[in-house]
Design a protein around this ligand. Structure first.
Ligand SMILES: [Zn+2]
Length: 210
């Protein structure tokens, strides 16, 4: 097992980081204190192995981020809807990225025979339904290939759900250039795969995942 970082180590690293940032660029904190204009809104999985800024070499100010188990976009999730509203209409991001990842525990749970109990089961209800709808295709696959395919289907479903939300439609109707991207991050090699992109021009109305 890898070393489990302690809380003391986190705080020490924070001090080191703050000092090295100031050393490299004395205006760094003053600049960021003035506000944010991130070009990207990133919707990812809570998994600790997929740190959004690290995997794309982004810096502070680049990504407006929300994360949850299995990177789901649920129309009735007030937290998600607030992030979308603020990111798209106040910060005016140009790209919304839904990033899933291989070996996703949430996605694996949605493929298991029995649903997880409690809140986790309730949260993963959507992916479980999606897996049922894709049963024919998934039944031909096994192990990692099955999980990886389900990860793709899940990302695509979230992108399609996003495209149907009023928040996106308003942006597109007003002529804004707003792209929705579906990505899958590979845990084994660290590469991001670009699955699909929806724009005002190519968005297609399909049944939402939820
Ligand atoms: Zn995950």
């Amino acid at each position: 097992m890898p070393h489990r970082t302690t809380i003391r180590e986190l705080l020490d690293r924070n001090r080191q980081w703050a000092e090295s940032q100031t050393e490299e660029d004395p205006t760094y904190f003053a600049r960021h204190a003035q506000g944010q204009t991130p070009p990207f809104l990133y919707i990812g999985c809570s998994d600790s192995r997929v740190p959004p800024t690290d995997i794309v070499g982004a810096g502070p100010g680049d990504l407006f981020v929300t994360r949850n188990i299995a990177n789901l976009v649920k129309p009735d999730d007030v937290g998600m809807r607030s992030v979308l509203e603020y990111g798209v209409h106040v910060l005016k991001v140009e790209h919304v990225i839904v990033c899933g990842h291989t070996e996703c525990g949430g996605v694996m749970a949605s493929l298991a025979e029995d649903p997880l109990p409690g809140f986790l089961g309730a949260w993963l209800h959507g992916p479980r339904q999606l897996a049922e709808r894709a049963h024919e295709e998934l039944a031909k696959l096994e192990g990692k290939a099955k999980v990886d395919r389900m990860v793709e289907l899940n990302v695509e479903a979230q992108v399609r759900t996003l495209a149907q939300l009023d928040c996106m439609k308003r942006a597109w109707d007003s002529g804004r250039q707003l792209h929705i991207h579906g990505w899958v991050y590979g845990l084994s090699g660290g590469h991001v795969r670009d699955l699909l992109t929806l724009t005002a021009e190519n968005q297609t109305v399909v049944a939402a995942a939820e």
